[in-house]
Ligand binder design. Structure first.
Ligand code: NDP
Length: 324
């Protein structure tokens, strides 16, 4: 396994990590979740991603039980949570990024995950109803209390992240260390364009999500079947519609042709492509089956195959490179 620094911080994350959205506490059994974490840990994965909103808190409960039952040393892994969406009990102060919810959500996540501190704590979305200053102070309270080690954002605009950094500087506080953006062959603008200054001037780290665009970039939907996939889950109609857009399927099919030429599974090619970006600190994998995870964990071996010629062929197919 390769390890990368989380931006300019001293923390090292495995280049491939494991997340739990839609899977833990929902699509898969606790037994499969346990197997996935075991396979990942044995392969050198040291970062497990979670959030209060995943399966309304159940994802953290499942992960907490697994971490405990394996008895892995706390120093050997990094675990995250995210605050914003709340759990099953919604209410005005049970969501968002107010000081009240940030602190209460952290305490609840610690309980569900059965750990004394979160290594990474993310603001899952920007909150238009809370001043960024209030959230920066709340995160610093948690840092001071030793309940979190690093804090960051997810799907914030470059301007919002910059504001958080400026506020932290103004008050001699600790600003965001990392952002969690979507990044894959279809979704590139934030990471490749908007955040450039944040990388260069502030050493922002990134833990990127949906590297396979929810499975599309494994090529499996070009064959059609959505049965037994996340696109088949109740309430995921919105995701199905966006993932299976005609243009996406066409591109996935062409990419499949390139992967066949190279003699590699498309999932590995798509993940390796994410790894070629030096501003990616870790690629968070998702998997509903151990075979998927085992395949994805070997994506690093495809990186050397991504020569300038191959990368150009990929660009020609995708046409998604942002204009700088
Ligand atoms: P991907 O885009 O990689 O999708 C993963 C899904 O694709 C799997 O669950 C599986 O779904 C399918 N899949 C994976 N590997 C293969 C394979 N080799 N062959 C065929 N199908 C495969 O990542 P996720 O969308 O799961 O995102 C990863 C993590 O990022 C999440 O778990 C979460 O921790 C984080 N995340 C964060 C968000 C944020 O807002 N901060 C938002 C979304 C995710 P299936 O078996 O159902 O087809």
């Amino acid at each position: 396994m390769e390890y990368r620094r989380l931006g300019k911080s001293g923390l090292q994350l495995s280049a491939l990590s494991l997340g739990s959205w839609l899977t833990f506490g929902n699509q898969i059994s606790d037994q499969v979740a346990d197997e996935l974490m075991g396979v990942a840990y044995d392969a050198g994965v040291n970062f497990f991603d979670n959030a209060e909103g995943y399966a309304e808190g159940k994802s953290e409960e499942v992960m907490g039980r697994i971490l405990k039952s394996h008895g892995w040393e706390r120093e050997s892994y990094v675990v995250s949570s995210k605050v914003f969406f709340g759990t099953e009990n919604k209410g005005p102060n049970r969501v968002g990024l107010s000081r009240k919810h940030v602190i209460e959500a952290c305490n609840a996540a610690l309980k569900r995950l059965q750990v004394d501190y979160l290594d990474l704590y993310f603001c899952h979305r920007p909150d238009k109803n809370t001043p960024i200053e209030e959230t920066v102070f709340a995160m610093n309270t948690l840092l001071q209390q030793g309940k979190i080690l690093y804090w960051g954002t997810s799907e914030w605009s470059a301007t919002e992240i910059m504001e958080a950094i400026s506020i932290a500087k103004q008050y001699h506080l600790i600003g965001p260390t990392m952002e969690q953006p979507q990044y894959n062959l279809l979704e590139r603008t934030k990471l490749e364009k908007d955040y450039q200054l944040l990388f260069k001037e502030h050493g922002l780290g990134t833990t990127i999500w949906s590297p396979l665009a929810s499975g599309l970039l494994s090529g499996k939907y070009t064959a059609g079947a959505v049965k037994d996939t996340r696109l088949d889950l109740k309430g995921m109609e919105w995701l199905k519609e966006s993932v299976l857009a005609e243009e996406n399927l066409k591109k996935a099919q062409q990419l499949q042709g390139l992967a066949d030429e190279l003699g590699v599974p498309l999932a590995k090619l798509s993940l390796a492509w994410c790894l070629t970006n030096p501003n990616v600190s870790t690629v968070i994998l998702g998997a509903s089956k151990t075979e998927q995870l085992k395949e994805n964990l070997t994506a690093i071996e495809v990186v050397p195959m991504l020569t300038p010629e191959v990368l150009t062929k990929i660009e020609d197919i995708m046409q998604t490179k942002p204009v700088l």
